[in-house]
Ligand binder design. Structure first.
Ligand SMILES: CC(C)(COP(=O)(O)OP(=O)(O)OC[C@H]1O[C@@H](n2cnc3c(N)ncnc32)[C@H](O)[C@@H]1OP(=O)(O)O)[C@@H](O)C(=O)NCCC(=O)NCCS
Length: 151
């Protein structure tokens, strides 16, 4: 079992968020791209942290939300491999949804690689449903499903 706490991300978390993003998400996003997402919508970035043996904090996951037009959007979510399947991703998404709802948004969307079966299963378990396909959405030519959920 993993014990973790959730909190809003701070500027000092950015290097760890970049590490988590690049290590766990198949992406062409550079550190600069991720920093830009973070600075433009930092209000909707949350992190999961566990305690180290020395009593310090270790970031094990994050979710990055944003606003697209009139709805919320999940720009990125990752949990470090060693901590996956322990409820961390679920807790991060639910926190982001709560924050979006508190700000009167009632729809959340996201894109996911067509081949990312584990993430698709994860989103389906959280009641996200496929809405449409965007051909060659990713830089390497892979298609994306757009998923959506009414919150
Ligand atoms: C997708 C991801 C964020 C899920 O985080 P997580 O903390 O492992 O997810 P949870 O433990 O909260 O899982 C909740 C439920 O989702 C489903 N799920 C999660 N990971 C799954 C997997 N690898 N295969 C199948 N179902 C999965 C399960 O139903 C799970 O419940 P269960 O463990 O009780 O069966 C994590 O696997 C990850 O970081 N993946 C790599 C990055 C990525 O693909 N991000 C999405 C890009 S769009």
């Amino acid at each position: 079992m993993v014990t973790f706490t959730l909190r809003k991300a701070r500027d000092a978390d950015l290097p760890e968020i970049i590490r988590l993003w690049k290590r766990n998400i198949k992406t062409a996003n550079t550190s600069e791209d991720i920093a830009e997402f973070f600075h433009s919508s930092n209000y909707f970035f949350f992190v999961a942290a566990s305690r180290t043996a020395e009593g310090g904090e270790q970031l094990i996951g994050f979710v990055g939300g944003s606003i697209r037009g009139s709805h919320g959007h999940i720009s990125g979510i990752a949990v470090d491999r060693e901590y996956q399947r322990s409820g961390v991703g679920n807790a991060l998404i639910r926190l982001l949804e709560r924050e979006l709802r508190a700000q009167s948004f009632d729809l959340v969307t996201l894109e996911v690689r067509k081949s990312n079966r584990s993430a698709i299963h994860f989103y389906e378990m959280l009641d996200y449903r496929p809405s449409y396909l965007i051909r060659a959405y990713y830089a390497d030519g892979e298609d994306a499903y757009v998923f959506a959920k009414k919150i």
